[in-house]
Design a protein around this ligand. Sequence first.
Ligand code: PHE
Ligand code: NA
Length: 498
Amino acid sequence: MQREQWNSRTGFILAAVGSAIGLGNIWRFPYMAYENGGGAFFIPYLFAMLTAGIPFMIMEFSLGHKHRGAAPRVFAKLGESLGFKLEWLGWFQVFIAAVIAIYYVAIIGWAISYFVFSITQSWGTDTNSFFFNEYLQLGDNSPTKLGSLQFHIAIPMAIAWGITSLAVFSGVKGGIERASKIMMPLLFIMVLLLIGRIVLLPGALDGLNYLFRPDFSMILDVKVWSAAYGQIFFTLSVGFAIMLAYSSYLPEKSDINNNAFMTVLINCGFSILGGIMIFAVLGYMAAEQAKPITDVVTSGVGLAFVTIPAAINLLPLPYILGPLFFLALVVAGISSHISIIEAVVAAVIDKLAISRKKAALMVCGTGFTVSMAFSSNGGLLLLDLVDYFINNIALLTSCLIELIILTWLFKIADIRDYANQCSEFSVGKWFNLCLRFIGPIMLAIILIKNLINTLRNGYEDYPIADQIFLGWGLIALMLFAAIFISLVSRDPNKKPAR
Ligand code: PHE
Ligand code: NA
């Protein structure tokens, strides 16, 4: 059977950008930049983008394009030419994607709820208590003591699953590409409208000054560099099966280098827009409340669901700017969610040789069911714990292994030649240098630091048993299942051995 293909180059880029631009650009990046030296963070960030982001993207696009398969098949083929099994690495990445998919959708669900609240203005003045007590109903739950299913959270999550499954179900061209062509332009317009209005508010420019004012004293801090590299892999969705699946649908004649540069630059440019939007709002809020800006900045979920609603309360036209902000968050989130699910669906199609529709129903049905755990009272805590271990341990491990295998066991020059041969402009020797040395060294430093840190101190104050079970245990289970699948089965699309 002929593999599905993207209809146009723009369609592919919009889909890849749709995957890359996500919740991470709107609330993770601004806070990371602020916390790690403000304007000075751009130096490590741009360095990480050039030395890790762009080369890694070129490498993944080349592999997907060349081997025409989702992650397990790509790695199985690579393993074959080395003489050992490598399919497990592909499945490990697919499992990472699957786990992310089931909690990422919870945040999209919250954003859908908040879109509605921003119209009805039902979050009141104490947005902190509203989010944690009234909306999440956190109570005294824990990551393993979840309480009960909350329908007011489950329903928006189901809506998000509905849109994602429709896109994936309808195929590469008719679903994913079409959705991206609507969503991405819409997202850019919304964010530009928001920025256009917010930047004119009193205090907004102080917020931007705060974000962009460089603190060069931090530039020698390993922590800052590790934050920059971690953010680059997360924000570009590389290293966990997604870009491999998307590039496996590229037509034969495709420009790899150009597509990779565009995807990375558009994503990173959008992050800066996200930073401008968030910090302009925070600057305005600080000015309104006559507080220093450091008093209003918060991190993670608190930023999007506590601080921003409080800021929206103070805005002129809250009925317009509020819904616009949360709709932007929903659109950014869903286009990423589609890509994560597609990474899993593509792997299932390759492996079981079943139709896309069947695979999509199977994956989305299972995903929906499991994700309901995150709509419970303890959902946020479960999400926080799993997210930490997945991002800081599993994802970096997978990126590091992929990088080492591809650049040390294969001739990296071959990958560069392949990419250059397909592309209008060529990448130089810096590509080899980045992928063989700079990338693995930086990743290894960050990963070892995270491992030591987590083994020694754990993550936050979650009960040790929960961390062993849901953190380390989950990763071990994913690794074990991946190895198991790759040992007991064969690729049905491969010619049977004689
Ligand atoms: N790149 C996305 C972002 O910045 C993150 C992401 C995409 C996470 C896909 C998981 C899956 O938000
Ligand atoms: Na991103």
